[in-house]
Design a protein around this ligand. Structure first.
Ligand code: FMN
Length: 252
């Protein structure tokens, strides 16, 4: 099995996103998978110009940047992969700009004049199923404690799954990155013991992807859990009064 992770962090291999991808890969490699990470920040990814050339008869499905940047190479690797991991940090309540710029480029691989009914029952158009209609995982990280931060991205990938006919086989959201040292501090791991539990679950998620083809709900829950060492934090954080009290202790 081939797992391809697309890292949308602008920090590339210095970032927390890369650290979390490595955890998935550790578990997947142990189960025999062949894993590769694409670091978008290291590559040349031009922004779709919305020129429409890819939808003209003469240049159908051919992007003007096809031989000028690295997107064709990524599409080639996506074709070869069995599972794709879209990994992005949250930048101002959304996926990274780089990830969105990359995803926008899939527009050139679909014929928008060829209207079709997608498997989800929604109208869409022709798509190149061999590139992105693959089982995929969304891996999200951010600094804040609130679930609200990742809601747009979670919702985005639900739509992605429906219209691009790509089965979503797992979502992992790692909140509170900053207070836990974003995988760079052993001391922080001791201070927040649940973060180690979460990292183990992320590694296990990689294993499950290979063995079962998906990440179990239980593993997703442990991997994405709140790591603040306050009993019932995930319930209590819904209350403003509790938050006011907690604020002084939860410095990022
Ligand atoms: C431009 C920018 C915007 C950010 N916006 C948010 C945000 O809205 N919510 C949040 O919790 N963290 C936000 N962060 C923090 C990152 O999501 C967090 O540090 C993440 O772990 C970075 O991953 P990386 O190290 O792989 O780049 C932002 C960071 C940057 C650089």
């Amino acid at each position: 099995m081939k797992i391809l992770a697309i890292n949308g962090s602008h920090s590339g291999k210095r970032g927390y996103t890369h650290f979390l991808i490595k955890k998935i890969f550790e578990g997947a490699t142990k189960a025999g998978a062949d894993c590769e990470e694409i670091t978008l920040a290291k590559l040349t990814i031009n922004m779709c110009k919305a020129c429409g050339v890819c939808n003209t008869e003469k240049h159908l499905l051919k992007c003007i940047y096809e031989e000028k940047d690295d997107v064709a190479m990524i599409f080639y690797k996506m074709r070869e992969a069995d599972i794709i991991v879209y990994a992005t940090p949250i930048y101002v309540f959304n996926m990274s700009g780089l990830m969105k710029i990359f995803i926008d480029r899939i527009n050139s691989t679909g014929n928008s004049s060829d209207l079709r009914l997608s498997e989800s029952g929604l109208f869409f158009h022709h798509i190149s199923k061999d590139i992105y209609s693959k089982p995929f995982v969304t891996l999200i990280c951010h600094d804040n404690f609130e679930n609200e931060m990742s809601k747009n991205v979670v919702s985005y990938f639900k739509t992605f799954s429906k219209l691009l006919e790509a089965p979503q086989v797992g979502t992992i959201i790692r909140r509170s990155g900053k207070i836990t040292g974003q995988g760079k501090s052993k001391e922080k791991e001791e201070q927040y013991p649940k973060i180690s539990e979460s990292y183990k679950a992320i590694e296990h998620a990689g294993n499950e992807l290979v063995i079962k083809g998906k990440i179990s709900k239980k593993t997703q829950k442990i991997a994405s859990q709140d790591i603040i060492p306050v009993p019932f934090f995930s319930i209590l954080k819904k209350f403003k009064g509790f938050k006011k009290k907690a604020l002084s202790k939860l410095k990022m």
